[in-house]
Design a protein. Structure first.
Length: 90
């Protein structure tokens, strides 16, 4: 199951890279007087009026078996976000 998950993740990353590499803006976008038309092509939420705030999530006594794996899903909803995490063992 782990190998299949890794293969799927690799396939998705390769497909994304291929799609990104094949994007060619139209001449009208490239020749526009401002970057606004090109920026409208970008997917995702607008950052106009965005106020960054820190979020902290804590979990204690999470059992992880010896040589086990701990999956920490981190959903990023805003570009430019910085994620840091700390794992302490006792």
């Amino acid at each position: 199951a782990r190998r299949q998950t890794e293969m799927e993740a690799k396939a998705i990353a390769e497909a994304t890279a291929s799609a990104d590499a094949s994007y060619v803006p139209t001449p009208s976008l490239l020749n526009a007087a401002t970057a606004a038309p090109l920026l409208k092509q970008v997917d995702g939420p607008t950052v106009k009026g965005y106020t960054g705030k820190e979020s902290t999530y804590v979990a204690k006594k999470v059992p992880v078996p010896l040589r086990g794996r701990l999956d920490v899903p981190i959903h990023i909803s805003s570009g430019g976000s910085v994620v840091s995490y700390e794992i302490i063992t006792v």
